[in-house]
Ligand binder design. Structure first.
Ligand SMILES: Nc1ncnc2c1ncn2[C@@H]1O[C@H](COP(=O)(O)OP(=O)(O)OP(=O)(O)O)[C@@H](O)[C@H]1O
Length: 628
């Protein structure tokens, strides 16, 4: 239990309750800064509705929908409301799919349109292709799409999974985000059905919800006639995904609610949080807790030379922070230790030993898989995360069996006959021994060897694209694999399985490192934020540009002039999210080619009055009291 329900009421909580108690249609938007307790207010709002309307909602078999950004956030809210069955907490993808799943023929029609579009597009490309090999490849792809279209006739039920497999009636993650908003706009009945099932819909982290999705929810609000409440909780300053809407537009009758307090951070940390925001919308937070309960804390900006040994200089900074704050936790890697926020994986990858794996997923033109790699959801890796490595770690047959039942086609609950089951168990046991041997042998190329073996032995049930790659003539031969995905897969196959262990520790948040994007919504007692463009910053971000240490590009200038989002503002928002994760203590490390220039820039921009250098830290550690 996180105790969010028991948090002290704020003015915003009272205003939300007023809206929720209204009859008829109502809407509200909570716009408030980091750590202001938006999620806490959401949980308290859920508690209010379940307390005041339980009988009515149950009688009508209605539920309250609460849309969160990640599965982790959904699990947290579930815990906060004690798994109340009246509350339906889910990610946007699952919510949208759940809403449209009964509209099977509309889903079929949508898929048909997608495939027809692909066929048209390929037809055009084939006509234009000059090289015979290119034309051949495109013609084969067109034949694959045609087979998928033909396969649609025999689909009895459309389903939803991570990746699409249209020919078998499966829509993917990204499809749902496109398909449902369109259906909602075109089908008034769908809006009515959803609003009847979910008369209250809350959206957390609304700033990063796709524009089309927000527009379709607002459209739903406009069209339904019944009691319906739509509430958004967000902060435009924390929009860190390009598809996010930022500020949700309000309907004329909606309540606009602010939360000026910050309940998360110490005084020193909050000062940095406010300084980062100052050059954006300037919204300044005040401590939400009483004086005696708001710790003073620590916050430092430290500038290190970009050519320094990153590992050694980071260790020196952690030693200094431990000394400065009299807390050994800065040296610890556990949950109460330090969280080190890196923009990209490179530094973490090197430290945690998965540099080749990182490189495999970051070819010159990063395909969509690079983002999934960052988020820990890349489909080439999931068979290792869900099946292969857990199978190798399983302490006994029963544990292994549970994993296979859940993830593999080899052992399923619906297998008929004891003889078949026995036979499958025997082959599973043999396969397991061989799999463990391959993983233990490791070495370059062991990823490919292990994956091919696991697929051949039916220990894994990979997504259709991966199945097609591993077995081009198999049942998934109608899948179209992009060149970019193939390039990633080729490189992935040459990696060492040992690299996956460090990587998985990283993405499952068991290492002290985390990507800056992945920390959305979280909080930690001690945080180090690394600003390091030379480590290979994410496309469209540049801390050097934010700090004025690198020139703006022509596109940056044009975007700024046209009022579009810019690299500088995107980077500022990411920095804002990062610094605001810290509860007590914070260190922002800037790696700079020119240390003097970086110090000056931090001072001029108002981010820090007294940035520190490595020499300052060393002197302090050696007993020089000049640092105050
Ligand atoms: N009313 C309150 N009284 C005391 N503590 C609170 C209150 N509201 C929130 N908190 C605490 O403040 C911290 C931040 O709360 P929460 O995660 O709800 O904020 P948020 O606005 O959703 O954060 P962010 O947008 O930065 O992810 C949590 O530790 C929470 O327990």
């Amino acid at each position: 239990m996180t105790g969010r329900i028991d948090a002290r009421d704020t003015d915003a909580d009272r205003l939300i309750r007023d809206v929720l108690d209204r009859k008829g249609k109502a809407g509200f938007i909570i716009t408030a800064g980091a750590g202001s307790g938006k999620t806490t207010s959401l949980v308290k709002a859920l508690a209010h509705v379940t307390a005041t309307r339980r009988t009515q909602l149950r009688a009508r078999t209605q539920r309250i929908a609460c849309i969160t950004y990640t599965e982790v956030a959904a699990a947290e809210i579930h815990g906060d409301v004690h798994d109340d069955p009246l509350v339906y907490v889910s990610t946007i993808h699952s919510f949208l799919w759940d809403a449209v799943a009964p509209f099977q023929s509309d889903i079929g029609a949508w898929i048909k349109r997608q495939l027809a579009g692909k066929l048209d597009e390929l037809g055009g490309k084939i006509d234009k292709a000059k090289a015979p090999t290119k034309r051949d490849a495109l013609t084969q792809d067109r034949a694959r799409y045609q087979r998928q279209l033909d396969g649609l006739h025999s689909v009895r039920k459309f389903t939803y999974s991570v990746g699409p497999d249209y020919g078998r009636g499966q829509v993917g993650h990204a499809d749902v985000l496109k398909m449902v908003p369109r259906m909602l706009l075109e089908q008034p009945l769908l809006a009515k059905v959803i609003a009847t099932r979910f008369p209250i819909v809350f959206v957390d982290e609304s700033q990063d919800t796709e524009e089309d999705v927000v527009a379709s929810l607002i459209h739903m609000y406009r069209t339904v006639k019944s009691d319906f409440c739509l509430g958004f909780f967000g902060d435009p300053m924390q929009q860190i995904y390009p598809t996010g809407i930022g500020q949700v537009p309000a309907e004329p009758d909606w309540a606009l609610i602010n939360k000026p307090e910050n309940f998360r951070s110490s005084r020193r940390v909050l000062e940095v949080v406010n300084r980062v925001r100052a050059a954006a919308d300037g919204n300044k937070q005040t401590p939400g807790r009483p004086d005696e309960l708001t710790p003073e804390g620590h916050a430092y900006f430290i500038v290190l030379p970009a050519d320094a040994d990153r590992v050694a200089s980071m260790d020196a900074v952690r030693r200094w922070l431990a000394h400065r704050t009299s807390s050994d936790a800065w040296s610890a890697d556990g949950p109460d230790g330090v969280k080190i926020l890196v923009a990209m994986h490179k530094l973490a990858a090197r430290r945690l030993g998965f540099a080749n794996l990182h490189a495999a997923f970051h070819p010159k033109n990063p395909p969509a898989l690079a983002t999934a790699f960052i988020e820990g959801t890349a489909w080439p890796i999931t068979p290792f995360a869900n099946v292969i490595l857990p199978l190798c770690d399983a302490s006994n047959d029963n544990a292994a069996l549970r994993i296979l039942r859940k993830h593999s086609g080899l052992i399923r609950d619906d297998l008929a006959g004891a003889g078949v089951v026995r036979e499958r168990l025997t082959s599973a046991r043999q396969a397991l021994t061989e799999l463990r041997g391959l993983v233990a042998a490791a070495g370059p190329g062991s990823v490919g060897k292990t994956l091919r073996f696991a697929h051949h032995a039916r220990l894994i049930d990979p997504v259709p694209q991966l199945a097609r790659y591993l077995d081009p003539d198999g049942p998934h031969s109608d899948q179209v694999l992009s060149e970019k995905a193939r390039e990633v897969l080729d490189a992935f196959m040459t990696c060492d399985v040992h690299e996956l262990q460090g990587y998985l520790r990283y993405v499952s948040r068991q290492s002290p490192y985390s990507t800056q994007h992945a920390t959305k919504g979280a909080e930690f007692p001690r945080v180090i934020v690394l600003l390091d463009d030379s480590e290979g910053v994410l496309p469209a971000y540049s801390y050097d540009k934010l700090l004025g240490l690198a020139e703006l590009s022509q596109t940056d200038r044009e975007n700024k002039a046209n009022g579009k989002d810019t690299t500088v503002e995107r980077s500022r928002r990411l920095l804002y999210v990062c610094v605001s994760r810290a509860r007590e203590e914070l260190a922002v490390i800037v790696y700079a080619d020119n240390v003097e220039a970086a110090i000056l820039s931090l001072k001029v921009s108002g981010l820090a009055d007294e940035p520190l250098t490595l020499t300052d830290l060393t002197n302090d550690l050696n007993g020089d009291p000049s640092i105050t």
